[in-house]
Design a protein around this ligand. Structure first.
Ligand code: ADP
Ligand code: MG
Length: 463
């Protein structure tokens, strides 16, 4: 039996009307003869009775005294409630279904509470329920350690659950349903004119997600990449075709839509800039500064090294500690809190001159100061004041004309023309060809440490 994994995020299952749409998405694939495995998040957002953040607030929120083990026990219940409520809606509409917790679905994790990683998958009971013709509804975001402890996978964990199940069950497709129409050209909460990106490689999406496009967890993308299982990101309440994520070899075939230099704009708020300079050229300064940060487990980003000093960024929460450490070691750092990193992303920018010039021109034209910048062959980062972050995203989005749809993209959206036909068939093609991706996972099948894809576009987390 061919299997499709469908993941529904918190807002998608928040109320009866939305769950009715969810049931229709499930029914469509179930009627088509697929084995359907559904992964759900907890219902709704903070304030809704069984949302993860509401459960956290019950135990005192971020300042809770409850130990991590018990914290995982309480927050894992949100997904179980959600799964049972959805199963009821399925039974009511005549679709037999079985609910499994993460543990029952065979999702084995490390024992690091709150941030566990999937270490193995034994989906025996999933397969057994599928073979009886049931839709299987799995509680996302959770697993069980080898010693039987309930664990949770951290923010975005349900995406990882869905991808891991897709890989373990050799699914034809992993469908990520959410509250936006796909992976968009910018965060639609900041740039309302953002549009779905029609096609992306695993590497591009993982990079984009690490840089702040939080619509899908990068680990989920890396997992799916291991077995070349296509992912589609789409809106639960929308008929839009969404974003299809496959391998570079699939997308680079002649005639595919690859003409864009820039694919999207992402942002990371809560960044502090640090500059350390010395009066004379000091060859040891950068080494000493970065060693100090590393020894104290402070991860650094946006690094620029000059003959007389360095500039870099840290997470806002690490800012005061970094300052104290530097001063204790005789440096006189210049600290600028309240910054944000804005990233212009696009595999098509490699080797194209003028992208940086365009960025500078746009931001300067809008009166936005660039505090620092850095680039790789697929991304250009600029550091700006956090108060100017949203405007910077909108200005760059406009400057690169990301709000305008190309003809080929339109054809895919509407399913017309040769591009559209190919777009509609892309999932099938990717599935039939199953080009193995040359990535080896040093930690085992479900805990990948992927840093490169064929196009070299995928970055690992942190530096
Ligand atoms: P879910 O609960 O379905 O997992 P998330 O809140 O985790 O939903 O992810 C969807 C949200 O991600 C959107 O509402 C959107 O605001 C945000 N987002 C940020 N950047 C992007 C982007 N580039 N494309 C799509 N969504 C984005
Ligand atoms: Mg999410």
């Amino acid at each position: 039996m061919e299997i499709i994994v469908q993941k529904f995020g918190g807002t998608s299952v928040a109320d009866a009307a939305r769950r009715a749409r969810v049931v229709e998405h499930i029914r469509r694939e179930w009627h088509a003869g697929y084995g359907v495995v559904v992964v759900v998040s907890a219902m709704g957002r903070r304030g809704d009775p069984y949302a993860t953040d509401t459960l956290l607030d019950l135990i005192g929120g971020e300042k809770t005294h409850l130990p991590p083990r018990e914290r995982d026990l309480i927050i894992s219940t949100g997904e179980i409630i959600s799964a049972c409520v959805l199963a009821e809606a399925l039974w009511r509409s005549g679709i037999p279904s079985t609910v499994l917790t993460g543990a029952q679905a065979g999702i084995i994790t490390t024992d690091r509470f709150n941030r566990a990683e999937i270490s193995a998958l034994r989906p025996v009971r999933v397969q057994e329920a599928l073979s009886r013709g049931h839709v299987v509804v799995v509680a996302g975001f959770q697993g069980v350690s080898e010693s039987g402890e309930t664990t949770t996978l951290g923010r975005g964990g349900s995406d990882t659950t869905a991808a891991a199940l897709g890989v373990a069950l050799d699914a034809r497709l992993i469908d990520i349903y959410t509250d936006v129409d796909g992976v968009m050209t910018a965060d639609p909460r900041i740039a309302p004119e953002a549009r779905p990106i029609r096609e992306m490689t695993y590497g591009e999406v993982a990079n984009y997600a690490y840089l702040g496009a939080k619509v899908i967890h990068p680990r989920a993308v890396e997992l799916a990449m291991q077995k070349n299982i296509p992912i589609r990101v789409r809106g639960t309440l929308s008929d839009d075709a969404g974003t299809l994520i496959t391998s570079a070899s699939e997308l680079h075939r002649p005639g595919r839509v690859r003409e864009r230099v820039v694919t999207g704009i992402a942002q990371t708020p809560n960044v502090t800039q640090i500059k350390v300079e010395s009066a004379t050229v000091d060859p040891h300064l950068s080494r000493d500064v970065f060693r100090l940060m590393a020894e104290n487990d402070i991860s650094v980003d946006l690094i620029n090294v000059f003959p007389r000093g360095v500039a870099y960024t840290v997470k806002a929460e690490d800012g005061p500690r970094a300052k104290a450490l530097l001063e204790a070691h005789g440096f006189q750092p210049e600290i600028t809190p309240g910054c944000a990193k804005v990233s212009v992303v696009g595999a098509g920018m490699a080797g194209r001159p003028g992208v940086m010039a365009t960025i500078v021109e746009a931001l300067v034209g809008a009166g936005i100061r660039i505090l620092q910048s850095a680039d790789s062959h697929t991304t250009i980062w600029v550091l700006v004041r956090e108060a100017e972050m949203a405007e910077a995203v909108r200005v760059l989005h406009r400057q690169f004309r990301l709000d305008a749809e190309t003809d080929a993209e339109s054809a895919i959206r509407t399913g017309t023309g040769s591009e559209g036909t190919r777009g509609a068939k892309a999932v099938r093609q990717a599935d039939e060809e199953r080009v193995p991706v040359a990535v080896r996972d040093p930690k085992g099948a479900y805990g990948p440490e992927v840093t490169r894809e064929r196009d070299g576009a995928c970055r690992s987390e942190g530096k």
